[in-house]
Design a protein around this ligand. Structure first.
Ligand SMILES: [Zn+2]
Length: 315
């Protein structure tokens, strides 16, 4: 039986997105992750994904308010980046990067129901804090949430699940997903440090329907290590996914819970990311797409992405 090679999407335009001087969300992050993709492709374990064309930014209107998308569309190619909150900047290069990523999102949205497709999106800026009203927390728009909305639109019966393992709560994704139709066919799970930025995800708004659908926020204390995290994955996260039995799995893959990360103050190692990748390999028969989110120590990011993708994509 011919197997389909997993895809690595290298969002090259993301290299030019400017977060500001000295910002931890740097272009070097993307270069580190591209190294991993190049190695996997050279070893024949993945192929480079290419979207046919860059997408119109209007696609962001699927989940973001019109006024905010108008503002982004007004940034011409040469516009220097400007602050939209205390730690988030957008400019002309940001828009180019977003268009490239959204081109890939459009291609993934068109993946036929049930087709086996595994895709990792190495992109900048990250997306999971971007909410319906706009960007925040290094994020400009939310490509994962847009893909969710598009899949929901084209096939309302699809069972969609999202796992967010970034050290920060995926507040933007959760807020947008709560507003999508068909909540009985939608599962959102986030593991994150709490209390911590952005202040949400306490778990008090969790709910579970009869087929495992719902919201599952799993707040973790600072310093959580591989052993404690592995226990949460094995005892809570993976069984919930099994119960829900999703046809499509989307992942916010942030590697900032690594012990070497300068922002997360957690104690995970590559072992946890390997575990997540191995689980993903065994869980996804249909569309599975993981989006790069955080991870701010370049060495840890490179090793963690390698551990995750090696296990997910297999030998
Ligand atoms: Zn993060």
């Amino acid at each position: 039986m011919a197997s389909v090679l997993p895809e690595f999407f290298a969002g090259y335009a993301g290299l030019s997105h400017d977060s500001g001087p000295g910002h931890p969300e740097s272009p070097g992050r993307l270069s580190a992750v591209f190294d991993v993709g190049e190695r996997l492709v050279a070893e024949g374990r993945a192929c480079f994904a290419s979207a046919k064309a860059e997408e119109d930014l209007a696609l962001a209107r699927t989940v973001h308010e019109g006024g905010y998308v108008d503002f982004l569309e007004g940034l011409s190619p040469g516009t220097p980046s400007r602050a939209i909150d205390g730690d988030t900047r957008v400019g002309g290069a940001t828009v180019a990067a977003l268009k490239e990523t959204l081109g890939m999102v459009r291609a993934l949205a068109a993946t036929p129901h049930g087709a086996n497709r595994q895709t990792f999106l190495a992109m900048r800026p990250p997306g999971h804090h971007a909410h319906s009203g706009g960007g925040m927390g290094f994020c400009a728009v939310n490509p994962l949430a847009i893909l969710c909305a598009l899949r929901r639109e084209s096939d309302p019966s699809e069972r969609l699940a999202v796992l967010d393992f970034d050290v920060h709560h995926g507040n933007g994704t959760e807020e947008i997903l709560r507003g999508l139709p068909g909540r009985e066919r939608l599962l959102f799970v986030s593991t994150h440090r709490y209390p911590f930025y952005p202040g949400t995800g306490s778990g008090q708004e969790n709910w579970e329907g009869g087929s495992g659908e719902g919201i599952l926020d799993l707040p973790l204390p600072a310093g959580t290590d591989d052993e404690a995290y592995g226990q949460i994955l094995e005892e809570i996260v993976f069984p919930r996914f099994s119960h829900f039995s999703p046809q499509t799995i989307l992942v916010s893959a942030g590697f900032d819970a690594h012990r070497d990360d300068p922002l997360g103050d957690m104690a995970l190692t590559e072992e946890s990311y390997q575990r997540l990748g191995a689980w993903l390999k065994g869980s996804s028969a249909g569309l599975c797409a993981a989006f790069l989110e955080g991870g701010y120590d370049l060495g840890a990011l490179r090793r963690s992405t390698m551990a995750f993708l090696s296990a997910w994509f297999g030998k």
